[in-house]
Design a protein around this ligand. Structure first.
Ligand code: BES
Ligand code: MN
Ligand code: ZN
Length: 501
């Protein structure tokens, strides 16, 4: 699909459909919507009058133009309440509108830059959001379907503006949106892929392909090197699986002369989580093919970073393994040692994410990383706390956390900060080792974060628990069923912000 920003009169374009909009409570449409209304002899305003068009967020109303104007159809999208409208609203309605038009088989579409008129949004932001919402909303994972649902894909989306002065900003935003969305869709592809294909070796291969394509540095540690480094956490989890574990290290050098200007992105890469010997129940276990979503998100973010080339060094580190209950699997009660020498009692083999992340965080520090973000589908308790709406964020450094929260706001990926009081650490105390890998039922996401904190010492660190947000059962706005690609766009925004000092 091509997206272009052009100067023109939207009522004069020979396209299958044009998209205009309306805020809730507006009776006389203005701007481009008003112009279209007049050229259709007041068709839109009379539908508003009759109460069919109310402007509710995501509302879609289709009008056939019957040769009154060049475009064959007009789609009026509701933007909702004007006070609550923001760039995520633009993404939302773009996703809804384009999926609707694809179902109708429309292939050439023109849209106005939502919000850039009376909405007061700058045109670059609007165009970026339109590109993101469109590309994300049209995403589908149908490679294993023999009968494809939408055989006709949308070929072209034009963002149309009447004045020349906004075109360069629109074009810039559109390009940026494309990069953000394509990286997000790479993450979605990896997460949606079944675990018989998306195994640790495949994750490493995708990282290798990205490195070759974008000139990134890549290193993949094998079992022998993990043994040398004493990575008892990653090796312990990998014991039950026939798949060899991989530690994937993908580096982007945007400020090579200034090595300490760096950021580490660590992502949990459990390509399937059976729970191990502490086996999970059968119901919904298949969802655990997505337990590498954190790892996928950091690899995918590197794709955008490699294209946008910010002035900062970024290292993605992904410990990748299956968590299987094989004959040599680790057992509940086993004691292992992480790379930093700390002994861990494995009370429950299903709390495997924190074990592999412990080693990856140690390795990041060993590499000289000065700021760390980790992303993981870490705890079921995260979904109990925040549902599928917000990811949880935990930190030992409020300044870095605030930067993540800000980057999240710009991306529309909702993030809520959770408390990290010392007192929660007591739940991780073991009588046979330095620490144990479960803290009991109360505040399960916080005790998991406190466990990770033991392996970063005082390096500024932020932990994102995306267990509730990495996938969705609902087609909604720019999300489709399956992987969401959270928090790829937040990570990209964060890296761009940090690179600007
Ligand atoms: N991968 C799971 C967490 C998870 C659950 C993610 C559901 C997405 C949806 C993680 O490895 C896990 O099993 N955590 C356990 C920890 C417990 C044993 C302390 C959990 O949350 O039950
Ligand atoms: Mn688990
Ligand atoms: Zn897991």
């Amino acid at each position: 699909m091509e997206i272009k920003a052009i100067v023109g009169d939207i009522t004069q374009l020979d396209v299958g459909a044009i998209i205009v909009n309306l805020f809730e409570g507006v009776h006389t449409p203005g701007g481009a919507t008003g112009a279209v209304d007049r050229s259709l002899d007041g068709a839109i305003s009379s539908l508003i009058e009759e109460g069919e068009i109310r402007g509710k967020k995501g509302e879609l109303t289709l009008i056939h133009t019957l040769d009154k104007i060049a475009p064959h159809r007009v789609l009026i999208v509701g933007l909702g309440n004007r006070e609550q409208f923001d760039r995520d609203g633009v993404r939302f309605v773009s996703g809804e509108a384009l999926r609707y038009l694809r179902r109708l088989g429309v292939q050439r579409i023109a849209t106005i830059a939502h919000g850039a008129g009376i909405g007061g949004m700058d045109p670059q932001t609007s165009a970026q959001a339109i590109a993101e919402g469109s590309i994300l909303g049209l995403y589908k994972f149908d490679k294993y379907l023999d009968k494809k649902e939408n055989s006709k894909d949308i070929k072209e989306v034009l963002i149309v503006e009447s004045s020349e002065s906004k075109i360069s900003a629109l074009g810039k935003g559109m390009e940026k949106g494309r990069v953000f969305a394509q990286a997000t869709n790479l993450c979605r592809d990896m997460v949606n892929e079944p675990a018989n294909f998306m195994n640790p070796g495949r994750m490493a291969m995708i990282a290798r392909e990205l490195a070759a394509e974008l000139g990134l540095e890549i290193r993949v540690l094998e079992r022998a090197q993990m043994e040398e480094l004493g990575m008892g956490g990653l090796l312990g989890v990998a014991r039950g699986s026939e798949q060899p574990p991989k530690l994937i290290i993908l580096q982007y050098w945007g400020d090579p002369g200034n090595q300490s200007n760096n950021l580490g992105l660590v992502g949990k890469g459990i390509t399937f989580d059976t729970g191990g010997i502490s086996l999970k129940p059968a119901a919904e276990m298949g969802e655990m093919k997505g337990d590498m979503a954190g790892g996928a998100s950091v690899i995918a973010a590197m794709k955008a970073i490699g294209v946008l080339k910010p002035k900062i060094n970024v290292t993605a580190i992904v410990p990748a393994t299956e968590n299987m209950p094989g004959g040599s699997a680790q057992r509940p009660g086993d004691v292992i040692r992480a790379m930093n020498g700390k002994s861990i009692e494995v009370e429950n083999t299903d709390a495997e994410g924190r074990l592999i992340l412990a080693d990856a965080l140690c390795y990041a520090r060993h590499m000289g990383i000065t700021r760390l973000i980790d992303v993981a589908t870490l705890t079921g308790a995260m979904t109990i706390a925040l549902g599928h709406v917000y990811s949880g964020v935990f930190t030992n450094n409020q300044e870095l956390c605030d930067q993540v929260l800000r980057a999240g706001k710009a991306s529309g990926e909702r993030i809520w900060q959770m408390p990290m009081h010392e007192e929660y650490k007591e739940q991780n105390k073991s009588s046979v080792a330095e620490i144990k890998n479960t803290g009991g039922r109360p505040a399960g996401s916080i005790t998991a974060a406190q466990f990770l904190a033991e392996f970063v010492d005082d390096t500024p660190w932020v932990h994102l628990d995306i267990a509730g947000t990495s996938r969705t059962d609902k087609e909604r706005g720019y999300n489709t069923k399956g992987a969401t690609g959270v928090p790829v766009r937040t990570l990209i925004n964060l890296v761009l912000d940090l690179s600007q000092g």
